[in-house]
Design a protein around this ligand. Structure first.
Ligand SMILES: [Ca+2]
Ligand SMILES: [Ca+2]
Length: 292
């Protein structure tokens, strides 16, 4: 750093390309976008693919058994014996989830309870999660409530007959309802309201410095471009770094990147899958020659 460099500087990196649409999060200092448009509308979960931790096989019903799809069949009737209520077995952290097919802007999730039983209520301590990252069968509220890119809400009262939680426009393709403890998870219906989306790539960028930026010595930035969207990138991706006054780039490189140190720009054109990152770019900076 230059001897007269300010105590703190802002060094901004930007990424572009890859056929992405969302450019509002392409700088290192702005990596998230939340859309808050819309409200009401049709149930985005209706008829979509639903799964659950296990499926109760009930001899009362010859067919079908209490499959997860019964909670996206458009019928909120909570009487178990009317045949529109899904149910797991008596599972630890029993879960039910739906894949909306595309990332959606989720404004509200309505959870409809079974109404003909039970005392004490089974659906009383549970979580609702919304995310663009798929949930694993082994995920629990403990692992999901602090997972990056995941909206979570903890409910401690039984829906009577329904409870509405509000993700507030959170972007998500997957919606899960999960018990905190062990019990049967029986749901009459789960509705998701908001704006349907389409799958698109979404470049994001993170930046950190390694090594000490002691005055008069070189420093190194590590820049990582990632695809946080819901589709693989296509076309050229560019990363540009705007150095603050007092710093000049002396080296710029990254595996698979074509870098120009004079313009502090790197580009590449290979496709990047969702939830993955390109190899990191290393930027070495020195104090400005004028300021020696
Ligand atoms: Ca139903
Ligand atoms: Ca972006």
């Amino acid at each position: 750093m230059a001897g007269n460099a300010p105590a703190s500087v802002t060094n901004e990196a930007n990424v572009s390309g890859g056929s992405e649409i969302n450019t509002s999060n392409d700088s290192a200092t702005d990596v998230t976008t939340i859309n808050t448009s819309g409200g009401g509308g049709s149930d985005l979960a209706l008829g979509k693919t639903a799964t659950q931790s296990s499926t109760l096989s009930d001899t009362y019903f010859a067919s079908p058994s209490r499959v997860a799809a019964l909670s996206v069949d458009g019928n909120t009737d909570g009487n178990y014996y009317d045949g529109s209520v899904s149910s797991t077995n008596n599972d630890q952290n029993a879960w039910w989830q739906v894949d909306l097919g595309n990332s959606a802007t989720a404004n509200s999730v309505v959870v409809w309870n079974r109404t003909d039983c039970c005392n004490p209520p089974r659906l009383v301590d549970y979580w609702v999660f919304v995310s663009n990252t798929p949930f694993l069968s082994t995920d629990t509220p403990t692992t999901l409530q602090n997972r990056a890119g995941t909206w979570s809400n903890h409910q401690t009262t039984a829906p009577s007959p329904s409870a509405t939680v509000s993700p507030g426009g959170y972007s998500g393709r997957y919606v899960r309802v999960q018990l905190t403890g062990q019990n049967y998870l029986s749901l009459a219906e789960v509705q998701v309201f908001g704006s349907a989306g389409s799958n698109t790539p979404d470049m994001t960028i993170t930046k950190s410095h390694t090594g000490s930026f002691t005055q008069g010595q070189a420093g190194t930035y590590t820049i990582t471009a990632a695809n946080s969207g819901t589709a693989t990138t296509s076309g050229t991706v560019s990363v540009t770094d705007s150095l603050p006054t007092g710093l000049t780039a002396s080296a710029l490189s990254g595996s698979g990147w074509s870098c120009n140190v004079s313009t502090v720009t790197c580009t590449r054109s290979d496709a990047l899958a969702t939830a993955s990152s390109y190899p990191a770019i290393t930027l070495t900076v020195n104090r400005h020659s004028v300021l020696v």
